[in-house]
Design a protein around this ligand. Structure first.
Ligand code: HEM
Length: 387
């Protein structure tokens, strides 16, 4: 580790007199992005630890510093790598807006690098063709999320790079200072490789998707217990659509250069989406996991969700089995159709994820301490619902 670097002057000033100035987030983030979290100077880490000790616990600044200091503290994991604690709680319009911002931010970064602007993460810049592909897939992903948000930009047809420029300008025009702050504080890469920007943003967008999906799925057992088969079917249908919409995020991420991924992942050991509470909450809300899976790394990595399951949280499967005859045959048929459509969309998600992991990872182990692709091959066979 580099120990002789100077502190960024705005941070040194803030430390001398924390009361007078706002915390210099831009200077700190920029110091992290310049070298990657793995190589941040000890002097800076020590100063940030000191800043944290003067900050009230759970304040926004303390939560940011927890993210920045995760490796230093020995707490680095999926949640801290993605800065999940800094994102707003899931809610329909908020989540779609945040995903829109995340994808637009990827495109803005790609375009700035393409134009030779002074942007961080200079390692292994992609060629123009790859940037064009990213713009194409990014615009498709945006179109789906924008369609859900009122007041989002139009996504016109046209040459992808120039269209992306117009769309990015449009999104940036409507971005609030709070949203700009959110984007700034949630991009602390471990390395200085260009494609890690894309990787982080796409993972964050997926995590937003899991969070809102788990939240909606949690309403389904209650709706069924109230005999509202039509309402339950509508939620499952919406979730099926949401899962299908994420296909464009996978296409965007599939443009990542294998060499770039293999470079920065040398420093991501211990951070894996196997630790995503929201993903496992969603899975275990559909159907109670078999004992073998509940006792495996799949749930050992999400102890909070494992406890929820062990405490007997009701599943969609259980509520379906207990569904009385109060709802009409037509409503039940609709429910069954949407349930199957959701299961198929979820299975497609797993298939695409597995394919991407084969391509990017090959026979390397996963960053979540599993064997990697063999773990995913087995996880793909887990039924979404009992029948
Ligand atoms: C380069 C791309 C990716 C690769 C190589 C990859 C690889 C893996 C591997 C090997 C695992 C097994 C656990 C481990 O040891 O880490 C895993 C689990 C998982 N990944 Fe990915 N992944 C990629 C992208 C993504 C993305 C974009 C998401 C979306 C958030 C995601 C979500 C998940 C989830 C939810 C699990 C847990 C699955 C389970 O426990 O059944 N992955 N991934």
């Amino acid at each position: 580790m580099n120990t002789d670097a100077e502190l960024p002057p705005p941070l040194a000033r803030w430390l001398r007199d924390p009361g007078t100035d706002d915390f210099p987030y831009p200077a700190v983030v920029s110091a992290f992005q310049r070298v990657g979290k793995e190589r941040v100077a000890v002097a800076l880490l020590t100063a940030l630890s000191e800043a944290r000790s003067r900050t009230s616990a759970h304040s926004p600044l303390a939560r940011f510093l927890d993210v920045a200091l995760d490796k230093h503290d020995g707490r680095y994991d999926y949640t801290s790598y993605l800065a999940i604690e800094l994102f707003p709680a899931p809610a329909d319009t908020v989540t779609d807006r945040v995903v829109t911002l995340l994808v637009a931010d990827v495109l803005a970064f790609e375009l700035a690098a393409l134009d030779g602007a002074d942007v961080p993460l200079p390692g292994l810049r992609p060629d123009r063709r790859t940037v064009g592909l990213r713009c194409r897939h990014g615009l498709r992903a945006l179109a789906r999320f924008v369609a859900r948000t009122r007041g989002g930009p139009d996504i016109p047809e046209g040459e992808p790079v120039e269209t992306a420029r117009a769309v990015v300008t449009e999104v940036e025009k409507t971005r609030t200072p709070q949203e700009t702050h959110l984007l700034r504080t949630t991009l602390l890469p471990v390395d200085t490789v260009h494609d890690e920007y894309l990787f982080l943003r796409v993972l964050q967008a997926f995590e937003m998707h899991f969070a809102i999906s788990a939240r909606h799925m949690a309403t389904v057992p209650d709706l069924l217990d109230d005999g509202d088969a039509r309402g339950a079917g509508a939620v499952l249908g919406d979730l099926a659509d949401r899962f299908d919409e994420t296909a464009h995020l996978f296409s965007l991420l599939a443009t990542m250069q294998v060499e770039a991924f293999r470079t920065f992942r040398l420093h991501t050991e211990g951070a894996s989406a196997i630790q995503s509470n929201n993903y496992k909450r969603l899975e275990s809300l559909c159907r109670r996991p078999d004992p073998g899976r509940l006792e495996s790394a799949a749930y050992a990595s999400v102890p909070v969700v494992r406890d929820e399951v062990n405490e007997g949280r009701r599943t969609v499967d259980e509520a379906l089995a207990a569904l009385g005859s109060s709802s009409s045959a037509a409503a039940r048929a609709e429910l069954e159709g949407e349930r199957r459509r959701f299961a198929a969309a979820y299975e497609r998600w797993r298939r695409t994820h597995h394919r991407l992991a084969v391509r990017m990872l090959g026979d390397q182990p996963g960053s979540g301490y599993t064997a990697g692709v063999p773990y995913l091959a087995e996880a793909r066979t887990v039924p979404v619902f009992e029948t």
